[in-house]
Design a protein around this ligand. Structure first.
Ligand code: FMN
Length: 444
């Protein structure tokens, strides 16, 4: 049987009030590298295939065009560049992989390809690159853009970005380095090639001034969920990061990806989806249910919720009237070239798009979305495993789960490694040990 892969997204261990949650950041403050290293060691001991870090570089300021709410409440901010942290975590571990995010909308492929090549060396072949098409205005302003690039153009740029990275990673052939002490020849010039790329977005000469890394190319991850985003996944992703928590949407996403892969001349069975999934585990169902309720009870101010939603959608929800329909909001979001997936689409999937909603209802739903309350699977290890098994089977047993948004760290990780993983292993759903030495061998 194909086994389920397990990744753990620890991008947000400290934002949205989680820095102060019981059991969180005990004895350490974000971004203490010691706690991250402790997490990596514990995740590896518990059989997690990959620790994952999303990224965003702006302070949310879409809400009322101000960053005050985000700073006051610690909404999606602060965020470190995780690459040096991954280098540290890799030194304390041997098997677990690391997923690092950079934006193809703002970064340059030469710099990125070179950095990721070095990280693949430092991790000994345990690196994944999550390529994102940033849909956040606050990020744009850091890179000299005064607004968002057109939605589909972000994906045109992403595809070119990735093809340049791949050409650079291939520009030094795996056997180009000779290190022949007897002749003094270091490398074979016939195996090092210029790239000479001239495209719509980038001009890059190459080659990469680097030694080929253990994986050659890091594992490529992509998360776009719109039709154009899925087409981009189909063109290059090794594994897709998909929104979980709503099985009918997941089944649709899987089918759309399969069609896009076939159209791109690739085999659907070669590209798994890791479903973003939130879990709360308890030794009893009642304990888990009570802990899930704690998530929603830690109520945040409307400003904090608005800062979160507006940043992630690229749309200022403070302009909403007292009453509106979701169809009207979705239309305004599309007109603003903001993301076409996420909270509003999720709400439409649940409630339809023609019912009237008040602002208060919208922000209550928004807080549940921000905390992941609605889609959190709470229960004993057996109950959570039942749910994951059902989702895995219904989506083609291809990929696995990205456990996201832990309530508190490190305690939420220990619940997964100590309660859930043993149950999934007992069912033969998760393998007993790492299959190989590189992330590509373990995750794909
Ligand atoms: C599961 C998931 C994770 C994402 N992670 C990030 C991230 O870490 N940083 C970021 O800038 N964008 C992230 N995105 C945003 C996507 O890269 C993309 O911009 C967004 O989904 C809009 O594209 P779409 O309309 O094709 O979905 C994520 C999206 C999804 C669905």
């Amino acid at each position: 049987m194909t086994t389920m892969k397990l990744a753990f997204d620890i991008s947000f261990t400290h934002t949205e009030g989680k820095w102060a949650a019981p059991g969180s950041w005990v004895g350490a403050d974000y971004p203490d590298v010691g706690l991250f290293t402790e997490l990596a060691v514990a995740a590896e001991r518990g059989g997690i295939d990959m620790l994952f870090f999303g990224d965003g570089t702006g302070i949310p300021d879409t809400w009322e065009q101000s960053m005050d709410a985000a700073i006051r409440y610690g909404i999606q901010w602060p965020r470190q560049d995780m690459s040096p942290f991954i280098a540290a975590m890799a030194q304390a571990t041997q098997h677990i992989g690391f997923g690092l995010t950079y934006s193809s909308t703002y970064m340059h492929p030469f710099y990125t390809a070179r950095l990721l090549n070095s990280l693949d060396h430092v991790t000994k072949g345990r690196l994944a690159f999550n390529v994102v098409a940033s849909g956040r205005v606050a990020d744009a302003a850091n890179y000299g853009f005064d607004g968002l690039m057109d939605h589909d153009q972000r994906y045109e740029r992403m595809e070119e970005f990735v093809s340049v990275c791949k050409a650079l990673w291939d520009s030094v052939e795996p056997d180009a380095i000779l290190r022949d002490r007897s002749t003094g020849q270091f490398a074979d010039p016939s195996k090092v090639h210029r790239v000479d790329h001239h495209g719509e977005f980038f001009d890059v000469a190459g080659p990469l001034p680097s030694v080929p890394s253990p994986q050659g190319h890091p594992v490529l991850v992509q998360a776009g969920a719109s039709p154009r985003g899925i087409a981009a996944s189909a063109s290059f992703a090794d594994v897709v990061f998909g929104l979980g928590g709503h099985l009918p949407s997941q089944v649709k996403h899987r089918a759309a990806l399969d069609d896009a892969l076939t159209a791109a001349g690739r085999r659907p069975e070669d590209v798994g989806i890791l479903w973003a999934t939130q879990v709360v585990l308890g030794r009893t169902a009642a304990e888990a249910a009570a802990r899930k309720e704690e998530m929603a009870s830690m109520l945040m101010d409307d400003d904090a919720v608005g800062a979160y939603l507006s940043y992630n959608s690229g749309f200022d929800f403070s302009v909403l009237p007292e009453k509106f329909t979701l169809a009207e909001v979705a239309e305004q979001i599309a007109a603003a070239q903001a993301t076409q997936s996420g909270f509003v689409q999720r709400l439409i999937a649940r409630r339809g798009d023609d019912g009237v909603l008040t602002r208060t209802e919208f922000f209550e739903e928004g807080w549940k979305y921000a905390t992941g309350y609605e889609q959190t699977i709470a229960g004993t290890a057996e109950q959570v495993a039942d749910e994951l098994e059902e989702q895995f089977l219904a989506t083609g047993s291809n990929g696995g789960f990205m456990i996201c948004n832990p309530q508190s760290m490190p305690s939420s990780l220990y619940e997964v490694t100590d309660l859930l993983v043993p149950e999934l292993r007992r069912r033969g759903l998760v393998s007993e040990r790492y299959a190989g030495t590189t992330l590509r061998e373990n995750l794909l």
